[in-house]
Design a protein around this ligand. Structure first.
Ligand SMILES: [Zn+2]
Length: 260
């Protein structure tokens, strides 16, 4: 009996030293990785940069939660740390104002090197899709073009951000219908005025009297996704030019991204 006890004790002591030794090393790597990630975020994600310290900490935590839940996969490309951070940032930005939000029905995000067509071909002609939320056999998946993802976060992006657009579609879809009316985010009394605003603005766009991307006239769902991009990418300009739309979106997303 005695030898076993000694053996067990020796094993426990050995294990203690193995893990005690490993722990600080691992922590150091994490700290270095964290610092790298923070730098990438500061360089590429203006939304993060504009947050105060508390906000940044919260943002980082939400990024981590998202990346634990959702797989990010490259299709014929090697995923870089920046890609993971940009996908996760696009997911976190629209839900940053909510206490707790988990994207249900999303297990992975597939990154294609460039734009693709309806058959997910990304080479050759007839490919103009920059991102999409999968339906049918693609349910639970989002596809993004990496060039569109990166372009969305570049200073030249203007009011467009493909990845935010796709995550807003997912939020819209969370009530069962991707219809431009996010019923579980928008207070009930806002819904009828919102639908009216959509149609008024669509008419302005059609008459060349709006600075909103004309793709918004496609339907109500695209309208909601397109104005949300504008809301998060150029909040000050959006508030100034579209105060009513801005107000509804601040309520819908529980946040006010404009400076004042
Ligand atoms: Zn869309």
């Amino acid at each position: 009996m005695m030898p076993y006890l000694i053996l067990t004790a020796a094993l426990l002591i050995a294990l203690y030293f193995i893990f005690r030794k490993r722990a600080p090393g691992k922590a150091m790597v994490t700290v270095a990785e964290e610092a790298k990630d923070k730098n990438l975020l500061l360089q590429h994600v203006a939304y993060y940069k504009n947050l105060d310290d508390t906000g940044r900490l919260k943002f980082e935590g939400l990024l981590q939660d998202f990346l634990q839940d959702v797989r990010i996969e490259g299709i014929e490309i090697e995923i870089e740390p920046l890609d993971r951070l940009l996908v996760a940032s696009s997911a976190v930005i629209p839900v940053f104002g909510f206490d707790h939000w988990k994207y249900k029905n999303l297990s992975s995000v597939l990154l294609y090197p460039d734009t693709f067509n309806k058959d997910f071909q990304f080479e050759g002609g007839d490919r103009n899709i920059m991102g999409m939320v999968g339906t049918g056999y693609m349910n639970g998946q989002m596809i993004l073009s990496r060039s569109a993802l990166r372009q969305g976060f570049s200073p030249q992006a203007g009011k467009e951000n493909t990845a935010i657009h796709e995550f807003v579609h997912l939020l819209d879809k969370s009530d069962g219908a991707t219809d431009g009316i996010p019923e579980n985010l928008m207070p009930h009394q806002y819904i009828i005025p919102w639908v009216k605003m959509i149609h008024q603005e669509i008419s302005r766009i059609e008459h060349g009297k709006s600075d909103i991307n004309p793709y918004a006239v496609t339907n109500e769902a695209e309208f909601f996704a397109v104005v949300s991009e504008y809301f998060f990418e150029k909040p000050n300009q959006f508030k100034e030019k579209h105060p009513e739309l801005y107000q509804v979106l601040t309520v819908t997303f529980s946040q006010e991204p404009a400076d004042s």
